[in-house]
Design a protein around this ligand. Structure first.
Ligand code: A2P
Length: 276
């Protein structure tokens, strides 16, 4: 299965589907990355906060596939905001992974109460300019945070990675992204544990009708809207399932049926923009 790519504002291509890795530890993630790569995954999403960057690097090395064939994202959390702390943060992350660059470096949260995200973005711009972060972006940003970056800094984020699934559809962030060339990436695209998206009768009925699994229907809903998705699974059968979504389409009626699942534009999203 070949995964389509989306062109970032840097000109780089991001595979539209990647492997999410939270909450796997180093040993679990190394096995998961190896299994995923053998199925065709070439996009891996990690974060310093997940504590598994070393395992991601290890898993990629174990595949024997050249590093440059992978698209690797990591994220720096609040500890690395302000005072150019992101430079040491990325250097330490690269040391753990055993790489000399990441394809995408994200600011994990805006943490607006600290008001350091604009300053931190200027450090991200330096890391982008020196090539250690081939692209830079943000995560869990709301429109007002994006507006400030665009008004006060030079580089437009390549990506905004946000919690997004049929229950929580985030239209404001997506529209802003489309207007400014910022790719929206969905974290917990299946709704994560317990959210019940996969158990929705609408999803189950659609899955049955199109002869696909509930997870495939939900992931197809994302990619058909131009979103990048990073479903997490440590189970190779599910990884295979999640990858096999580029050979069928949902009809406009199917998409309308899934739209009825929305619980509100930002339903259940932490107002302090925390996330995982
Ligand atoms: P597991 O790792 O045991 O496969 P999200 O990425 O939306 O947060 O979802 C991750 C959760 O969904 C994990 O609990 C994962 O469990 C489960 N999951 C991943 N892929 C599938 C699938 N194809 N079918 C059912 N559950 C899945």
């Amino acid at each position: 299965m070949t995964v389509p790519t989306i062109t970032l504002n840097t000109g780089a291509e991001i595979p539209q589907l990647g492997l999410g890795t939270w909450p796997l530890d180093d040993a679990q993630v190394a096995d998961a990355v190896e299994a995923a790569a053998s199925l065709g995954y070439r996009h891996i999403d990690t974060a310093t906060r997940y504590g598994n960057e070393a395992g991601v690097g290890e898993g990629i090395r174990r595949t024997g596939i050249p590093r440059e064939q992978f698209f690797v994202t990591t994220k720096l959390d609040g500890e690395f905001q302000g005072d150019d702390k992101a430079i040491g943060g990325l250097e330490a992350a690269l040391d753990r992974m055993g790489f000399d660059y990441v394809d995408l470096l994200l600011m994990h949260w805006p943490l607006p109460g600290r008001d350091l995200y604009v300053d931190t973005w200027r450090t991200f711009e330096k890391l982008h300019a020196d090539g250690r972060a081939r692209a830079i972006g943000v995560s869990n940003f709301r429109v007002e945070h994006l507006e400030r970056l665009l008004a006060e800094t030079d580089v437009v984020p390549a990506v905004n990675q946000i919690q997004l699934n049929p229950h929580v559809t985030r239209p404001a962030q997506r529209e802003y992204g489309e207007a400014h060339g910022i790719v929206t990436e969905s974290w917990s695209p299946l709704g994560g544990d317990g959210a019940g998206v996969l158990r929705e009768p609408v999803v189950a009925q659609l899955a049955e009708r199109v002869g696909r699994t509930p997870a495939q229907v939900v992931l197809r809903w994302h990619v058909q809207q131009g979103l990048v998705v990073i479903p997490k699974s440590a189970n190779p059968d599910r990884m295979r399932d999640n990858l096999a979504i580029f050979d069928f389409a949902l009809s406009a009626e199917d998409m309308d049926a899934l739209a009825t699942l929305s619980q509100g534009p930002d339903a259940g999203v932490d107002s302090n923009v925390s996330g995982h």
